[in-house]
Every structure is written in structure tokens, then in C-alpha cells.
Design a protein around this ligand. Structure first.
Ligand code: CTP
Length: 407
């Protein structure tokens, strides 16, 4: 694979030290990182740090041309697959918005034709100042991706919006900027994780689902340009930036939240591990043990089958993906579920197989399509499995061809 080249622009704010973490992460991810610093940035972090981390020369002065065979700011802009400016101070944002080319970084930006990410970081009042907001608006209108700062404790002592995003979030935004966008303008609803069926305020019935597969699909769909809503049971995962997450509890709650949205979505991915039964009675108060009772029987009642209940409610042309966890007779159950659940694609895993199922970082699945065809995917990380599943779905939706190119 051809190594992608990223220009990392660093301007002079206290968060400049975080740019070292970002540079290191991007190098680990296999990018070639070319660092460009403003003069002020060199007061906060030394070029030598970035040079050592990236194994590349660091550029500051647009006029200090070392190599007579090239014009550095033009060569770097032409070579870049993406540019990320982190941190971006109010000053550099203003200079970019006004088309200045008074240093290396701003000169590169005027030449560049690749995606540009601007990650502001400053005092909250500065960030909210109408002039800064106006300049950011200009950049957005021009197609720059603004990596909105976090809220929190700022170096100036204020608490508010202005903290530079963490390197992992910035790397995610970069990977978004670099991916093709066949799902641009499409709405996708993903369900993930377990349901919780309450017995009383302190007890419930649930299952081992960690939500990892659903979260991976949500991330992947976001990277491909979709607007993603994730209905999530209680899990220990962060969805990352760009995804709307709504917490759900029981199967009934999940069904209500799905029904509110289903008529609008272009793709529905149902990975949630829904409890098939729930306690018939949910107590409002803690259920107490009794000294003379040694055994207890709970009556459980059937939950609705959400996928079955959705038949006929989808937007015309919507693509529906269901999941199935099996331990035996996998092929027979898979073919039956494909029909009963009314899905276009059923992703099936044998949870007893090595590396598949709940609580593993990997998965090994078989895909069952409506036309009777099946495909066995290789054992891979859940993120890679998510990519392969969406790839197959996009081919069937006519959004990409078999080679993975946008149709
Ligand atoms: N599903 C659903 N509503 C339920 C149970 C499951 O919509 N009440 C969905 C799951 O999210 C999944 C698919 O149906 O996409 C298959 O789920 P699975 O647990 O494998 O199958 P079940 O229908 O529960 O059947 P069984 O437990 O008998 O295998």
C-alpha cells in the first residue's frame, strides 16, 4: 500500500505539546508526517521533538529554502493527502480565513487541494468571540473540516469549550477525511449491545454482548460518510466523534426507539443482543428474600421480535442487516432467520468457533444474502469485519462496484 503523507501544522498555543502525541500516533498508524510549525509554536515545543518523532525535517520559515531543486511549500502541498492543523490558534484561523500567506503553514494551505482539518484550541471566550466564529464559518464554507474543541478545564484556568481534541479523536477525523464517502447523505441506524430486562430497581436479566461489532459498524459507516445514529445498550465503549448515541435499556425500549426512526433510514443494522424473554413482573421496590422460601421461580414472558415487527415499515429501498449468534446447526438456522426476519443480509457467527462471538476483539462470520448466495469472511478484527460487511452491503445497494470503488 502507498504510504499516505500528512502535513501536521502546529500553531502557537499551549496545546502545541499535544501535537507531539498526534505526530507519534500518526507515524504508528503508518503515515508519513511532515511537520510545519508557526514561529510562535516553536516557543511551546521544539522542532527537534517533531523531527525525532516523524524522522522528517520540520519546516518553519517559508523563505529558508534548503533545496534549490524545489519550492518547499508548493512541493509539500502537492504531496499531502491531508493537512491537519492542531492546535489551530485564533491567530492562525484568522490568517487562513483571510487568505494570508505570511508563513510556511499558511502558504502551504493556499496551494493545497487535499482535505484540511482545523482543530481549534484557545480560551473559551476567545473561541466564542464572534470574529473567531466568523472566521471558522468562512473555513467551513470553504470545505475545511473543523475538529470542534472539547469542553473542560483550560490551561488559562477557565472551564469551557476550547480544549484541543485528544490525538486519538484527531486521528479518527483524519481517517474520516481520507476515506471515500459512498454513504454521503445516507442515514444509518445501528443497534448494539445487550438489553436489560428489569426485575426490580437493583436486578435485571441481560447477556454477554459487549457491543463491539455494532460500534465497529457504526464507526465504519460514519467513515464512509453516513449520518449514523447508534441505539446502544449498556456497554463499556466510547462511540467516538461524529456518531449520535442514544442509550436504550429493555427490548421494549429499544423497539420504541427503533420505530421512531425506521421510516427515515437508508440502512438498518440490527446487532443488538435482544433478550427473547423479560420478567413478567417488574417490582418498583427491591424484591426481598423470605426466610421460609428456599427456591424462587420467575415467570418470563416473550419480548417482541423487533426485526419481525419492522416488516413493511422500512423506507423503500432501505437495506436491512440482521445478525445471528448460533452454536449448532448454523446453516439451517441462518437460512430460516434470513426469511423469518425479513432482512437483506444476515450476518451469522458460530459463537463457539475460535475467535468469534462475544467478548473477543475478532470475529469470523458468514454472510447470507436474500438471493440465496453465501460468503464466508475470514477471521479478522471486528473493525475489519465491519468494513467487509459494509463493503458487501454497498455493492448490493449499487453504491460501490465489486472493486470497492464508488459507483
Ligand atoms: N432480534 C430482534 N428481536 C428479538 C431478538 C432478536 O430483532 N427479540 C434480532 C437480533 O438483533 C438479530 C436477529 O434478530 O439481528 C437474530 O438474533 P438471534 O438472537 O440470533 O436470534 P433470535 O431471533 O433471538 O432466535 P434464537 O434465540 O432462537 O436463536
Amino acid at each position: 500500500m502507498v504510504q499516505k503523507s500528512i502535513v501536521l501544522g502546529i500553531s502557537g498555543g499551549i496545546a502545541a505539546y499535544k501535537a507531539a502525541g498526534l505526530a507519534s500516533l500518526l507515524v504508528k498508524q503508518g503515515f508519513q508526517v511532515q511537520t510545519v510549525m508557526t514561529k510562535a509554536a516553536t516557543e511551546f515545543i521544539t522542532p527537534l521533538t517533531l523531527q525525532a518523532l516523524t524522522k522528517q525535517p520540520v519546516y518553519v520559515d517559508v523563505l529558508a529554502e534548503q533545496d534549490p531543486t524545489r519550492i518547499s511549500h508548493v512541493a509539500m502541498a502537492d504531496q499531502a493527502d491531508a493537512i491537519i492543523i492542531a492546535p489551530a490558534t485564533a491567530d492562525v484561523i484568522a490568517r487562513i480565513a483571510h487568505g494570508l500567506a505570511d508563513d510556511m503553514l499558511t502558504s502551504i494551505l493556499l496551494v493545497a487541494r487535499c482535505p484540511v482539518i482545523v482543530a481549534p484550541s484557545m480560551n473559551v471566550h476567545m473561541y466564542e468571540h464572534p470574529l473567531v466564529q466568523k472566521n471558522l464559518h468562512v473555513l467551513r464554507e470553504l470545505g475545511y473540516i473543523i475538529a470542534e474543541p472539547d469542553e473542560g478545564m483550560l490551561a488559562c484556568g477557565y472551564v469551557g469549550k476550547g480544549r484541543l481534541l485528544e490525538p486519538s479523536d484527531l486521528a479518527e477525523i483524519l481517517s474520516f477525511a481520507l476515506s471515500p464517502k459512498p454513504l454521503q447523505g445516507k442515514k444509518i441506524l445501528v443497534t448494539a449491545g445487550p438489553t436489560k430486562e428489569r426485575i426490580d430497581p437493583v436486578r435485571y436479566v441481560t447477556n454477554d454482548s459487549t457491543g463491539t461489532m455494532g460500534y465497529a459498524l457504526a464507526r465504519c459507516a460514519w467513515k464512509l460518510g453516513a449520518h449514523v445514529t447508534l441505539l446502544s445498550g449498556a456497554v463499556n465503549l466510547l462511540p467516538g466523534i461524529g456518531i449520535d448515541v442514544i442509550s436504550v435499556s429493555s427490548a421494549i425500549h429499544l423497539q420504541e426507539e427503533v420505530e421512531k426512526r425506521i421510516a427515515e433510514v437508508d440502512m438498518f443494522i440490527m446487532t443488538a443482543a435482544v433478550a427473547d424473554y423479560r420478567p413478567q413482573t417488574t417490582y418498583d421496590y427491591k424484591w426481598k428474600k423470605t426466610d421460609d422460601v428456599d427456591t424462587v421461580t420467575w415467570t418470563m414472558v416473550r419480548n417482541p421480535d423487533i426485526l419481525v415487527s419492522l416488516k413493511g415499515k422500512y423506507k423503500p429501498g432501505a437495506y436491512v442487516i440482521g445478525f445471528a449468534a448460533e452454536t449448532h446447526d448454523v446453516d439451517r438456522y441462518a437460512r430460516k432467520k434470513l426469511v423469518d426476519k425479513g432482512v437483506d443480509l444476515l450476518v451469522v457467527n458460530n459463537v463457539l468457533e475460535y475467535g468469534a462471538g462475544f467478548g473477543t476483539g475478532t470475529n469470523r462470520v458468514d454472510l447470507y444474502f436474500q438471493d440465496g448466495r453465501t460468503t464466508a469472511l475470514p477471521l479478522a478484527s471486528k473493525m475489519d469485519v465491519a468494513t467487509m460487511i459494509l463493503q458487501q452491503a454497498l455493492v448490493r445497494m449499487g453504491l460501490v462496484d465489486d472493486e470497492g470503488m464508488q459507483a
